[in-house]
Structure formats: structure tokens, C-alpha cells
Design a protein around this ligand. Sequence first.
Ligand SMILES: C[S@@+](CC[C@H](N)C(=O)[O-])C[C@H]1O[C@@H](n2cnc3c(N)ncnc32)[C@H](O)[C@@H]1O
Length: 290
Amino acid sequence: MRSDLPAAVPLATPATEPVLSRDDMRFVAALVYEHAGIVIREHKEAMARGRLARRVKALGMTSLAEYCAFLRTPAAAGEIPELINAVTTNHTAFFRERHHFDHLREAVLPRLVQAHAGRKARIRIWSSACSSGEEAYSIAAVSREAIGPRSDLDFRILATDIDTDILDRAAAGRYPADLIERLPADMRPLLKIDPASGRSEVRIAEELRRLIAFKRLNLIESWPMKGPFDVIFCRNVFIYFDAPTKSAILDRFVALLQVGGFLYLGHSESLPQPHPQLRLIGRTIYERIP
Ligand SMILES: C[S@@+](CC[C@H](N)C(=O)[O-])C[C@H]1O[C@@H](n2cnc3c(N)ncnc32)[C@H](O)[C@@H]1O
């Protein structure tokens, strides 16, 4: 990565910004790529430095150089998950890119429920980079509405992310009340909420929380699930990966997707190249074909 750059040139100049040599930046970027597949692009380096600085503070260290020296020792193996937690971008929102939830609610779930009428049937949806849980709870909200009180369906959502800190927040299901107030009026009632601590926080109701299993999963490592899934959400994480990483993950999604199932990507994402078993049927909506 960026082998044209001379080594050991201070990157950050303003006095308040932590200094990180090019060598150290390269070293950290290589570690993050190796363990998470995330490419720290040059224009994002300042942001990465700021995030690492928080980690330096949390460890009681005095400089990024000290942190990098520590990362270079064998004792640092246990620090890698914390490093990854520090550099991930977790921005998300309830019903973000609403067209996917409209498609799920109007085109996918009624068909699945109909297809499984009268027998105990399995429906599986995977939120594969779920961040703080808003995506998974939005899936639960529209699914609960489409499925209703039926108890003859085995319906589950798997919600995974590499970042253990953000997964703890997701599983708690607690959010600032004003986040919910700002939701579209027709979606708000679907997202069943209970008051939490005081008026400023709400909690997603148990009837939605129990539909979801939150687990740590690194998309570039092996996956324990056998599938099949009816729908996979993989939104706004491919932007951090390079083309070979995206292609490899995509092949594994396809292998786990039911024929006739759907893959949703983020708004600025597309397939690295056309896939013979995925057909684009709407805005960032792909159908798994035989
Ligand atoms: C920008 S958020 C997207 C959240 C949600 N899917 C959405 O679209 O609103 C990207 C998430 O991908 C996760 N992530 C990054 N690399 C990952 C990896 N190798 N495996 C699993 N999750 C990863 C990050 O921790 C982060 O929570």
C-alpha cells in the first residue's frame, strides 16, 4: 500500500493532532486490512488517526508511536479486535435506504408467508454488517407487520458485525427518543418501542428483540452458518473493501442465498462484476437466480 511514500515522515502537522509516521500508518493499515479487509484510503487517514488517538488514551499511552510499537509486539494479539473496533465506521439509521424495507414488506414477505401457508416453515434474514442494530430492528419491524401473530412460522433474523462494542449496543436495543421521533410517520408505529431510562431514551420492545440473534462475525473469515437465507442485507460495508474481497464475499453470499431470495447492497455500492447467479431487479436489489 502506498509504497511510493518515503518512510518516517510525520503525517499530522497541526500541534493538536497526533503524529504518526508513514511507516506506522502503513503498518496499521496493513493490520486492519489483514484482519478486517478494510482498506484505509489515503483521504481517510486523518480520521483513522483521530480514532486511534482515542484508543491510545483509553490504554493510558502517551502517543500513537507508543501504540504502534506495542502493536508490533507479540503481546498485542489481544489488542487486534480493539484496533478493529476503533477504526470501523458505524454510521447507520432506522429504515435507512427505505426502498429496501418497502421491497421487503410489499414484495418479499407476503410471498414468503404465502408460500409457507399451512406448514411450519423457516424464514431467515441476515443483516450482515448490522452496526448498532437499526437495520436489524427495521427488518424486524416490517416483518412483524407482514407476518402478524402467526406462530406457525419459524422466523429469525441473524444480525452480525465485526465490531464487538457496537454489537453490545445493538443487542441492548436502546436508542435516543428523538431518533424515533424523526422517523417517517408511517414507519414509526411499526418500530415497537418501550420507554427506557427517562424520557430521553427508548427501548425496542421484546416482541421485536426476540426475533434477532446478534453475533460477532468477520465477513472475511469463515462463517459458521449453513443457510439458506431468504434475504441478505449487506449495506454500506463493501465500500471499505477492495474488489477481490468483495468478489470472494459475494460468492459466499450467493452460496447461502435461497434461489428466488434477495441481496440488498448499499446506495453507492454495486457488484464488482456481474454475477451469473444474481440479477439486478431494482435499485441495489439483486435476486438470486439458479
Ligand atoms: C457503515 S456501517 C453499515 C451499517 C448498516 N449496514 C447500514 O447500512 O446502515 C458498516 C459496518 O460494517 C462493519 N464491518 C466492517 N468490516 C467488517 C467485516 N470485515 N466484517 C463484518 N463487519 C464489518 C463495521 O463494524 C460497521 O458496523
